[in-house]
Design a protein around this ligand. Sequence first.
Ligand SMILES: C[S@@+](CC[C@H](N)C(=O)[O-])C[C@H]1O[C@@H](n2cnc3c(N)ncnc32)[C@H](O)[C@@H]1O
Length: 199
Amino acid sequence: MYYDSVYKNDPDFCGKKPNNLLIKVAKKINKGGNFLDLGCGQGRNSFYMAKQKFYVTAVDYSRVAISQIEEKITKKNLKNIEAICKDIAKFKIEPNKFSVIGIFGTLHFLKKTESLKIIASAQKNIPSGGFIIITSFTANNPPSKRRKSHFKIGELKKLFEAPKFKIHHYLENTFLDSGHVGQLEPHKHGLVGIIAQKV
Ligand SMILES: C[S@@+](CC[C@H](N)C(=O)[O-])C[C@H]1O[C@@H](n2cnc3c(N)ncnc32)[C@H](O)[C@@H]1O
């Protein structure tokens, strides 16, 4: 699997810094709770939230990522992170458990129908006041075989329309990627980021 080999060769493939939108939300809540990290990768966001005193459930289908997280959990003797190796399309979100659900850079790897089901499940099962944070690729991404799974312009915003959700942040932009395994030359990505709170 692509990410297994990538993670074997680089212990911090997505960097060490947590996602900026997640930092914003953690600062806003400032009282812990349960955090669900869907497609957690090597756990930069999960470890950050564990440090902020959240109980963390980190899910990814990369065995390498999950065993790297488990090694860190043991090494640091952390009691508030659980790492689960599973396809997030098959993960059942427990109702009213998670005050924050994050899906960072992952939904564009799934079929659009699966992504929409995961979002609907997060929306249904998160309690009132809970935050859903998503970053994903948009139709402004370079053409690729995964194009169909990218969000259309404005699509994610529509999914979180009032009155059920309040959008605290929404941004669609493009950024220059200097290159990575699989696409070494510099290229642009279309990105969407959202923070939405259930009313
Ligand atoms: C770009 S990485 C982002 C990792 C992490 N969210 C972060 O921001 O550091 C995408 C991750 O999604 C995971 N992934 C993709 N499709 C998945 C699926 N169907 N179920 C579980 N994990 C998946 C990959 O294994 C990879 O770790």
